[in-house]
Design a protein. Structure first.
Length: 66
């Protein structure tokens, strides 16, 4: 599933940061710490950080069952 557009708890717009977070946290070159990436993106609240850290991409898993 796609990452939500807004944080469930505080309502801050977070969906626009997902692609950059995913690319920077998974890059083999820089080995950036996910916490440092979230700090750099301006996601300081625990609830917003939870949305990114706990998200799983399930589109490939769910799509055959449509």
């Amino acid at each position: 599933m796609m990452v939500p557009v807004r944080c469930f708890t505080c309502g801050k717009v977070i969906g626009e940061h997902w692609e950059e977070f995913k690319a920077r946290a998974a890059s083999k070159e820089g080995d950036e710490d996910p916490a440092a990436v979230l700090d750099d993106l301006g996601l300081d609240r625990h609830c917003c950080r939870r949305m990114f850290v706990s998200h799983q991409d399930l589109v490939d898993v769910v799509s055959p069952y449509q």
